[in-house]
Design a protein around this ligand. Structure first.
Ligand code: HEM
Length: 160
């Protein structure tokens, strides 16, 4: 009898744990999201067990699997929870470069940015969304330069 109870307990526990695991490790089939700057700050790696997000060129990547680079106390933690386009382009961790602003970057830095964007971020990390500033202009109107159809995994019908 006692053995049966232990068995039931084991099955219940393992099912609950398995469901929990599945929830946490679902492949990213969810539609992509639009992130405000404030929302993005919640994914800065400071909380253990939470996903870590970082944007490059307005595209938000889930970099959780690169925890050794981006997690709390890891060398590139300063880059996460925000759009770090300028820092990636310049290979800089200077706080002044932790921004999406690409004003005044050299041709070489822009090329380097594109190659890291393609070769590291797009190749290695799932895309979870886009920054609001990539899609909307400062007055809140639609940014004509943003072409959803050119974006990987972007299905505009899911977003709006
Ligand atoms: C002495 C200076 C540095 C050294 C020795 C260094 C070294 C490295 C190494 C060994 C990797 C791992 C490559 C791999 O395993 O795939 C890496 C990746 C990377 N580094 Fe650096 N790095 C330095 C400075 C910087 C700075 C200043 C930045 C500023 C943005 C930076 C940004 C990156 C990024 C974005 C990656 C890719 C991480 C990923 O795969 O997600 N590095 N670096």
């Amino acid at each position: 009898m006692a053995t049966a109870r232990i068995c039931v307990l084991y099955v219940v526990l393992s099912t609950t744990l398995a469901e929990d695991f599945n929830l946490k490790h679902k492949p990213s089939t969810k539609p992509v999201r639009l992130f405000t700057e404030e929302e993005l700050t919640r994914y800065d790696g400071s909380e253990e067990g939470q996903p870590i997000y970082m944007a490059v060129k307005g595209v938000v990547f889930d970099v959780t699997k690169g925890k050794e680079f981006y997690g709390k106390d890891a060398p590139y933690n300063a880059l996460v929870g925000k759009d770090s386009t300028r820092a990636v382009a310049k290979m800089s961790l200077d706080p002044a470069d932790l921004t999406s602003d690409t004003t005044g970057l050299t041709e070489e830095q822009l090329e380097s940015l594109d190659s890291i964007f393609e070769g590291t971020y797009k190749a290695k990390y799932p895309i979870v969304g886009y920054t609001a500033s990539r899609i909307l202009t400062e007055d809140g109107s639609y940014n004509e330069a943003f072409k959803p159809e050119d974006q990987p995994h972007f299905q505009i019908k899911d977003e709006f």
